[in-house]
Design a protein around this ligand. Structure first.
Ligand SMILES: Nc1ncnc2c1ncn2[C@@H]1O[C@H](COP(=O)(O)OP(=O)(O)O)[C@@H](O)[C@H]1O
Ligand SMILES: [Mg+2]
Length: 248
């Protein structure tokens, strides 16, 4: 699997809903590209993220992985090509090491440390009493929201899937760290495809392309430098976020 993604008039309506959550969404994402998806709450970002690994029942002929219709791809093959990280991932009452290597229990400590570094949690882990052997959960330490999210990211990175989807998965991580993480992921030599769904526009700004969603549609797309110049939703969201930052 190379990690090319495309959609052709992707439309999806939740059972019983009056309005489709996705309306004729079309896009192309090349292998190794980093794409950010931004937009107001309820605009369809998570629905799109869930459609990719077929967590939702979408119709045929609309979503493609490496040019293959995802509804025709063996579900296990599809899911193993896509590492999906939600906002809240479950951490087990075991060591950080075992949490990170959950998808590959044979992984070495060097592999665990490498993804810990990419996920920007390594330095903090070294400050814990037993490093990666530190227990988390009921019998161990309580991690902050951002630490939990970065641990979950490390777990997803260890699987080394060609496609990584982060659905608000860094929401509790500060903007600067989130930006650093996205930079590391997009510069990787492994050419992983990254779909970064976020409200953190300063991090999203470094993506190769940005999709701006509103009411189930991609209403704007392009690079940050271009979108910021055009009147529209992206510019509004950007100005709003700058204002909020200023007001603290
Ligand atoms: N499980 C569901 N059942 C019915 N409607 C849903 C479900 N999940 C989301 N929706 C609706 O679909 C639309 C898009 O939601 P979502 O994809 O979660 O948006 P976002 O991630 O951008 O906040 C919203 O109108 C939301 O209320
Ligand atoms: Mg969402």
């Amino acid at each position: 699997m190379q990690g090319k993604l495309s959609a052709q008039d992707l439309t999806f309506t939740y059972p019983g809903a009056k309005q489709p959550a996705l309306k004729q969404v079309s896009f192309h994402i090349e292998p190794g590209e980093t794409v950010a998806i931004v937009g107001p709450v309820g605009s369809g970002k998570s629905t799109l993220a869930n459609a990719l690994p077929r967590l939702l029942n979408i119709g045929p002929g609309q979503l493609f992985l490496d040019g293959m219709d995802t509804t025709q791809v063996n579900l296990q093959d599809l899911r193993s090509a896509i590492a999906y990280v939600p906002q809240d991932s479950f951490l087990f009452s075991t060591s950080l090491k075992n949490n990170i290597r959950y998808g590959d229990p044979q992984a070495t400590i060097a592999q665990v440390e490498a993804v810990g570094q990419q996920a920007q949690i390594h330095k903090e882990v070294l400050n814990f009493p037993q490093g990666y052997e530190t227990l988390v959960g009921e019998r161990g330490i309580t991690l902050s929201g951002g630490q939990r999210q970065r641990t979950a990211l490390g777990r997803a990175l260890l699987i080394d899937a060609p496609i990584l989807i982060l659905d608000d998965a860094l929401s509790s991580v500060d903007n600067q760290t989130a930006t650093a993480i996205l930079q590391i992921l997009s510069q990787g030599t492994q050419q992983r495809t990254v779909v970064f769904i976020s409200h953190q526009l300063s991090a999203a700004a470094i993506a190769d392309q940005i999709f701006v969603m509103d009411q189930g549609q991609i209403v704007q797309r392009g690079k940050h430098e271009d979108l910021i110049e055009k009147p529209g939703l992206y510019q509004d969201l950007w100005q709003q976020q700058k204002l909020e930052e200023k007001l603290g």
